[in-house]
Ligand binder design. Structure first.
Ligand code: NAI
Length: 251
């Protein structure tokens, strides 16, 4: 059932093959967008594309690495072939190693900054001109509750997510009069393959208890906020950072 009207536009969802990105791709398609399901993992992107088309939606899979600027430009072209690009969700992200700052490897630092921060800049740089040409659009950058608070052993991730919030504000200030809105979303811990790959069951239980809800969130709980921000129902919302964190940051 459609909640928001996203007809007559295409939407890029990076990291659309898994977890939060998958839920976002499905939800945007349910609301009428033609979705470019972009993911490094080709088979995962294709599987989500198939899920969308089998449910009667429109989608196309796109395999590529968001950490390459040329890939972001190619995604904009591919999405524009379906319908004018008016929605982009820069969601692809990685966890990185767990270590205190002084022991954090240069390699992991650069990798996390490249994928979780630089690629969001690459996305904005490629997407915004197409949205201006389309008469306006909405970008949602996937930050994290860790875009406003820290957590030990994850300095690169926390740094990248804080920076995504700043980048979001700047892009919003620069393009608001041209009809392009840019917002950031800050999920609390959401049960996805990323969490399973980086945290033991014990660590997951301890983290779940840090949410006012006493549990982690689900990808669908994030995608409903993203669909709202992507839609014209959020027309006066730009440059802001929206927590969907089950009360994690309230304490
Ligand atoms: P996930 O690991 O389930 O999915 C991430 C997807 O991104 C995967 O399909 C992966 O192949 C893709 N990807 C990774 N690097 C890529 C690259 N360089 N180019 C293209 N695709 C790439 O992760 P999850 O949990 O769904 O996370 C999605 C976003 O949400 C990330 O930005 C993450 O930092 C953020 N987030 C996740 C939270 C959580 O608790 N799961 C909490 C707050 C934010």
């Amino acid at each position: 059932m459609a909640t928001y009207d996203l007809a007559d536009r295409s939407a890029i969802v990076t990291g659309g093959g898994s977890g939060i990105g998958r839920a976002v791709a499905l939800e945007l398609a349910r609301n009428g967008a033609s979705v470019l399901v972009a993911d490094l993992a080709e088979a995962a992107g294709e599987a989500v594309t198939q899920e969308i088309t089998e449910a009667g939606g429109t989608a196309r899979a796109f395999a590529g690495d968001v950490a390459d600027f040329a890939v972001n430009e190619a995604m904009v072209v591919a999405a524009g072939e379906m319908a004018p690009l008016r929605v982009a969700v820069n969601n692809a992200g990685i966890g990185g190693e767990a270590a205190p700052v002084a022991e954090y490897s240069l390699e992991s630092w650069h990798k996390v900054i490249q994928v979780n921060l630089n690629a969001v800049f690459y996305g904005l740089k490629a997407q915004i001109p197409a949205m201006v040409a389309a008469g306006g659009g909405s970008v949602v950058n996937m930050a994290s509750v860790l875009g406003s608070v820290g957590i030990p052993m994850s300095s690169a991730y926390v740094t990248a997510k804080h920076a995504v919030v700043g980048l979001t504000k700047n892009a919003a200030l620069e393009y608001g009069t041209q009809g392009v809105r840019v917002n950031a979303v800050g999920p609390g811990f959401i049960h996805t393959p990323l969490v399973d790959a980086n945290l033991t069951a014990e660590a997951q239980s301890a983290l779940a208890a840090k949410h006012a809800t006493g549990r982690m969130g689900t990808p669908r709980e994030v995608s409903s906020l993203v669909a709202f921000l992507a839609s014209d129902a959020a027309e006066f919302i730009t440059g802001s950072y929206h927590l969907v964190d089950g009360g994690y940051a309230a304490s």
